[in-house]
Write a protein of this length. Structure first.
Length: 143
C-alpha cells in the first residue's frame, strides 16, 4: 500500500477501467479521439476567429490575426508531429514484416546448404531394398 492508501490491485483495476473507456471512446469516434476532437475544434476555432476579426478594427485586427496565426501554427505543428509519428509506426511495421520475410528467406537458403541437409535430413532409401523384397516373397511363398 502506498502513502495514499491505494494498493497495486486498485491501481490495476483503475487502469483496466481507463483502457476499456478509452477503447469505447475510440470505437464511438471511429478511430482516434484526438483526431475526432481536432476535426471538430478546427472549424469551431476558425468561426470564432472570424467573428472576432470582423468585430476588430485597426491595430486590434492585427492582434487578432497575430493570435490566430500563433494558435494555428501550434495546431499545425501538432498535426505534423502526429503525422510523423504515424509514419514512424508504419515504418516500424514495415521493418518488422520485412525482417520476418528476410529471416524466412535466409532460413530457406540455409536449409538448402548440403552440409545442413546432410546433418538434419540424412539420406534415406526410398522403399524396400531388393533383398528385403526377396525375403518377403520367400516368406509369403509368392514366387
Amino acid at each position: 500500500m502506498n502513502s495514499k492508501g491505494t494498493t497495486t490491485a486498485e491501481i490495476r483495476i483503475m487502469l483496466t477501467e481507463m483502457v476499456a473507456e478509452a477503447q469505447a471512446l475510440q470505437q464511438a469516434a471511429g478511430g482516434s479521439v484526438t483526431d475526432a476532437v481536432a476535426g471538430w475544434l478546427g472549424p469551431q476555432y476558425l468561426l470564432a476567429a472570424r467573428e472576432k476579426l470582423t468585430a476588430a478594427d485597426g491595430n486590434a485586427r492585427f492582434e487578432v490575426l497575430r493570435t490566430f496565426l500563433h494558435d494555428w501554427s501550434l495546431l499545425r505543428r501538432g498535426g505534423h508531429a502526429a503525422a510523423r509519428l504515424q509514419l514512424d509506426r508504419e515504418e516500424l511495421d514495415w521493418q518488422r514484416a520485412n525482417g520476418q520475410a528476410r529471416k524466412q528467406q535466409e532460413f530457406r537458403e540455409w536449409i538448402q546448404r548440403p552440409e545442413i541437409r546432410a546433418e538434419f535430413f540424412p539420406e534415406r532409401s526410398n522403399g524396400l531394398s531388393e533383398e528385403t523384397v526377396r525375403k518377403i516373397e520367400r516368406e509369403l511363398h509368392l514366387f
